[in-house]
Design a protein around this ligand. Sequence first.
Ligand code: CTP
Length: 400
Amino acid sequence: MSLKGKKILLGITGSIAAYKIPILLRLLKKEGADVQVLLTPAACDFVTPLTLSALSQRPALVKGFNPENGSWNSHVEMGNWADMMIIAPVSANTLGKMAHGLADNLLVATYLAAKCPVYFAPAMDLDMYHHPSTQANIKLLQSFGNILIAPNEGELASGLCGAGRMEEPEAIVNVLAGSQKKKASLKGKTVLITAGPTYEAIDPVRFIGNHSTGQMGFALANEAVLRGASVILVAGPVQLKTPHPAIKRVDVTTAEEMNKAVNSVFKKADITLMAAAVADFTPVSAATEKIKKNKNAVPEIKLKPTTDILAGLGAVKRKSQILGGFALETQFEEKNALTKLKNKNLDFIVLNSLKEKGAGFGYPTNKVTIFQRNGKKRTFGLKLKEAVAVDIFDAIEQMM
Ligand code: CTP
């Protein structure tokens, strides 16, 4: 595992998001990291050093000097010891101290002494976050080489809604683990992924859709970003959080919206993978009012084909671009997949069969076969979609 044996300083400051840090700490420990927790005095109002000491199996430290027994916690030693430091949540107050070198507590003193990469995940109310002083401090820290884990938009503890919500613990671990991957094998490459279903409106309340959850596409986007790519994820209507803060996500609803979103960025994509389950048909026109029930006259919905996005990309793709699609089949799997590979002018196609137990829509696992344009075929066993994403990107890298 990529964080195994890593020495991590975890700094916590006085923000309500501190309640999530025991979870973050558990995740880091699960990854095999050795974690030293540091708290500002204000952080202790939100989460206890006892909880953090128990979880980290090290005393969670607040002060440099302990007058009761005369012991001394050296910020310099800790700064030298660490492989990386993450300060989460970082309040507006601590951001300011870090940016201006005000070392009036153990956490900030250790930050100033640290020689390792430093990550910081702000959490505060949206007006505080948008204040020019906060934004200027963030920019200053970035100019020092510190790495921002940007807050999400969402409901805030104040009841307001907007930017300022600390990134979720799972995503923070992802960022830290990703930074440890030996090779940033896709650095400098742009990867375009589509995910999820599309919804085609019948009337204002009904639509034609499918059971795709988007999990496979999201796992692919995450894997690409962990390999150093700059990733654009075009997502249909799904219930998933963006797995990594560096992913640029574009939300769409219909096949036509997905077509537009994909085509607006396709030119700059080095690798494109259409994992979305795009509707093949859409109503000729959506009723403007809700269609009322009438037992004597069951409505007929006239359909027209949607644009085949993938085929459109295949028709215009440059030689240097790698283009792949998915084929979800229930019969004649290989033959159908190969037909799509050829007809859509793809470099590869990933086949998953709905007949395989545990594979396809809604399962956390998948079982795929990858067919390449050059006739090469790779078959894989049933595994978690995250692991399938690794296999797919390993295959893509070999094609490059
Ligand atoms: N796809 C697309 N645009 C569409 C439909 C599908 O880009 N309008 C993409 C999917 O994202 C997937 C691949 O094409 O990567 C699937 O091929 P497709 O021809 O859609 O398969 P099916 O629609 O399932 O074809 P059929 O119904 O004939 O099996």
